[in-house]
Design a protein around this ligand. Structure first.
Ligand code: PMP
Length: 430
């Protein structure tokens, strides 16, 4: 595979952009190869600037559940752009978008649009603190909630991939307000509540962890969090930036039947444009300015292009018959193929999957239900696996601690290519 153009583009980028990228994971640092510079994409195919072709299972890290450059989304964006790109004034499509979210996400009665998942989580904890008049929050080791200061404490995603779960630049006084518990360990949460009586504003959790690789909630975990937060007068925040509109129309809260007080959304909600949102019960959301005293704002929030793309994507998901059943079937097919490959090759790979999100952990551990178990993974092996997959035309996450995403655009041929590529890559790392 010829990567000369990508290599020289990366060199040039590094002169003027820190690390050559605008988000660390894109640099492929942990897998030891230069990143692929993308020229264009359509459906499930990405072409790089050397004209190599890849079948994509990263989906821009989750948003592209309809595939790249979906015709309806492109048309909606073009139509919106023809009328202007930003007004900084209310538009009807913002209400339509809010109505669509309220319709789809069961616990959300009112919603505020922002521009990224990071903004959504930052704003949600400010609101939780304002509402409860308390200062502490609990997060889980290995969960990632964007790069807000309060969340760069034992953070997942690129932060663990690069070995930087606690970032310099976060002040001690900010860090002390974030307590960390262990995922799937209710006792660790109960202990923090007992030690910090009447001080915890909220517990924030990825209802399915996706940023230490996929780690599903064990039976009773989410229900237990609901109970503990309720009993202690704290809010429960589901960070559904990945799971929202991916596991079901109503996200993980619908999938597991557990209702949070606040929900943060991102990725799919923008149809591939920069969008985030947070929402929840009316009496909490009405604490926000201009109605209430908790301040949060955004020059480009509710941007007409972003709303057009996002609303089109959400409507498509809402209106396509059996969208989530089909995604489940496709993903189950991939899981079965991966399991058979590992079995036939006599390899221990732990496969965690919920709906269309999946991770294959290269670990000797029998299961991955916690951050500690995820950390037993052999990242060197993953790097070799990744390189082989890329050589064979598969674009997968350049880190053990991320998800593989199946989209509505994936065809049987794409999935078979993935399973075959998995087999080849497993053979290469055996
Ligand atoms: N929360 C979760 C669960 C995420 O996975 C991410 C991003 N991967 C974020 C928040 C932050 O979103 P963004 O990158 O849009 O700021």
């Amino acid at each position: 595979m010829n990567n000369n153009n990508s290599k020289s583009a990366f060199k040039q980028a590094q002169e003027v952009i820190p690390g050559g990228v605008n988000s660390p994971v894109r640099a492929f640092k942990s897998v030891g190869i230069d990143p692929i510079f993308v020229k264009k994409a359509k459906g499930t195919t990405i072409w790089d600037i050397d004209n190599n072709e890849y079948t994509d299972f990263v989906a821009s890290w989750g948003p592209l559940i309809l595939g790249h450059a979906h015709d309806d989304v492109l048309k909606a964006v073009a139509d919106a752009a023809a009328n202007g790109t930003s007004y900084g004034a209310p538009t009807e499509i913002e209400t339509e978008m809010a109505e669509q979210i309220v319709k789809m996400v069961p616990s959300v009665e009112k919603v505020r649009m922002v521009n990224s998942g990071t903004e959504a989580t930052m704003s949600a904890i400010r609101l939780a603190r304002g509402y409860t008049n308390r200062e502490l929050i609990i997060k889980f080791a290995g969960c990632y909630h964007g790069h807000g200061d309060s969340f760069l404490i034992k953070a997942g995603s690129g932060a663990i991939t690069l070995g930087l779960p606690d970032s310099p630049g976060v002040t001690k006084s900010t860090a002390k307000d974030t307590l960390t518990a262990d995922y799937n360990n209710l006792e660790s949460v109960a202990k923090l509540f007992a030690e910090n009586k009447d001080q915890i504003a909220a517990v924030i959790v990825e209802p399915v962890a996706g940023n230490m690789g996929v780690v599903p909630p064990t039976k009773g975990f989410l229900e237990g969090l609901r109970e503990l937060t309720k009993d202690n007068g704290s809010l429960l925040i589901f960070d559904e930036v990945i799971t929202g509109f991916r596991l079901a129309k109503g996200g993980a809260q619908e999938y597991f039947g557990v209702m949070p007080d606040l929900t943060t959304l991102g990725k799919i909600i923008g149809g591939g444009l920069p969008v985030g949102a947070y929402g929840g019960r009316k009496e909490i959301m009405d604490m926000l300015a201009p109605l209430g005293p908790v301040y949060q704002a955004g020059t480009l929030s509710g941007n007409p292009l972003a709303m057009a793309a996002g609303l089109t994507a959400l409507k498509k998901l809402d209106e396509t018959p059996n969208a989530y059943e089909d995604l489940e079937k496709k993903a189950a097919f991939v899981e079965a193929g991966f399991r058979l490959n590992a079995k036939e090759l006599g390899m221990n790979v732990v496969l965690n999957r919920v709906g269309s999100m999946m991770t294959a952990f290269f670990t000797a551990s029998e299961q991955v239900t916690s951050f500690d178990e995820a950390m037993t993974s052999d990242t060197g092996k993953y790097a070799e696996y990744f390189k082989n997959a890329v050589e064979n035309g598969l674009y997968i996450a350049p880190s053990q601690f991320e998800c593989l995403f199946i989209s509505m655009a994936h065809t049987e041929k794409d999935l078979e290519k993935l399973i075959k590529g998995n087999r080849k890559a497993l053979e290469a790392v055996k």
